[in-house]
Design a protein. Structure first.
Length: 387
């Protein structure tokens, strides 16, 4: 009995110990809230205005845009265009260009056509055609500066050499028209301002710089002319012309106390001719020859003017391309070139050319009475009496 009691006591103690140990080493679980799920709201995408090719009416769409924008296109047109496919965009642009054609066709009847066309400038696709129309209208209205500016704007859209060449040809045409208009008006101040504009706007166009230099020289603005010529001196196709004009300017600066008058020249081959009047008779054409000591006229001319009726004053030896020859010398009552005249001038009677257009040579026995300069650029002979 005692043994049974001891056994139950030990069993009870084992159960109590097991329970106690189980409670000491049991894992503890802490309840944490789950993170809140983030939801993405679906974005609303507006359906395009045009749902199909067949339902798109480009004429009606263009009219609606024009009406809603007060007949001045802008963002409304671009926004509509972005919602179209390529074919629909092309059809809409065609309506825009058709409207531009209509404005251009009625430019004589309607006012403000240029401003209306400028309201259509939106993108590269259409701007090329519209800018050409604007430049053409401005040219017709003789608003040449504005027309040139428009063509420069058009040039920004050019992609191929042929396009650049075509636009530059149009610019040159308008430049020449404006220069002619200002010359005809004798508006020299506006002409100078226009040349200055050309040089600043087209720094690589040497022709404009050259024309400006010649204009400055004609206006006796020698400092400006020399400044313009300085860069051209190193351009091969202008070097010879630059040297000639620089020589002209240097001559005038060295003779600044003299007032020069001009006589018009003509050119035949590489020779320069001047009209001269012998003994107050009909004018003849004499080749200017600074290497000839004496003025020469042909026997045919002397005979037709009656200069060979009497005895010659004397016979002299002349050096020609064919060697030395003897020829008679007569004395003219007068020989005049423009307003410049020399009396009692000795003239040799000698053939100088087989060309009947050459009546003789104007030599140094006439020219030595004057300070002179042959302006090859402006085709004039500048003369002033020696003091």
């Amino acid at each position: 009995m005692k043994r049974i009691s001891i056994t139950f006591s030990l069993l009870f103690i084992g159960l109590i110990s097991g329970w106690w140990l189980n409670m000491q080493f049991k894992p503890t679980y802490i309840s944490k809230p789950l993170p809140e799920e983030k939801t993405i709201a679906p974005q609303s995408v507006e359906p395009p205005i045009v749902s199909s090719e067949k339902s798109f009416d480009p004429e009606q769409a263009f009219i609606e845009i024009m009406g809603s924008s007060g007949f001045a296109l802008g963002n409304d047109y671009l926004q509509l265009r972005e919602q179209l496919n390529v074919r629909q965009q092309n059809r809409l642009d065609a309506q825009l260009l058709a409207y531009a054609d209509l404005l251009f066709a009625n430019r004589k009847k309607e006012v403000g056509t240029v401003e209306k066309l400028r309201g259509l400038l939106l993108n590269e696709v259409t701007d090329k055609a519209i800018l050409r129309k604007i430049a053409s209208i401005l040219k017709e209205e003789k608003r040449y500066n504005d027309s040139i500016s428009t063509l420069i704007e058009l040039n920004h859209w050019s992609q191929y050499p042929s396009e650049f060449q075509e636009i530059n040809a149009l610019i040159n045409e308008i430049v020449n028209l404006n220069i002619k208009m200002l010359n005809d008006r004798r508006d020299l101040s506006s002409l100078e301002a226009f040349y200055n504009y050309l040089v600043d706007t087209f720094p690589s166009n040497y022709q404009y710089r050259w024309e400006y230099a010649k204009f400055s020289q004609q206006q006796q603005n020698y400092d400006q002319a020399l400044f313009l010529l300085d860069e051209l001196r190193y351009v091969p196709e202008y070097s010879e012309q630059v040297d000639q004009l620089t020589e002209n300017i240097s001559f005038h600066l060295a003779n600044s106390s003299h007032k020069f008058d001009s006589v018009e020249l003509s050119k035949f081959g590489e020779s320069y001719f001047v009209k001269a009047i012998l003994n107050d008779q009909e004018p003849v054409r004499l080749l200017i020859d600074t290497g000839a000591s004496m003025t020469i006229i042909s026997p045919e001319l002397a005979y037709s003017l009656g200069f060979l009726e009497g005895e010659p004053e004397k016979i002299l030896r002349f050096q020609t391309a064919n060697g030395e020859v003897s020829a008679p010398v007569i004395r003219l009552n007068s020989l005049s070139v423009g307003d410049f005249s020399v009396d009692e001038l000795a003239v040799g009677i000698l053939s100088v050319s087989n060309n009947p257009r050459i009546h003789g040579l104007l030599g140094m026995n006439f020219l030595k009475h004057y300070k002179f300069f042959i302006d090859q650029q402006n085709m004039i002979l500048e003369l002033t009496p020696r003091l």
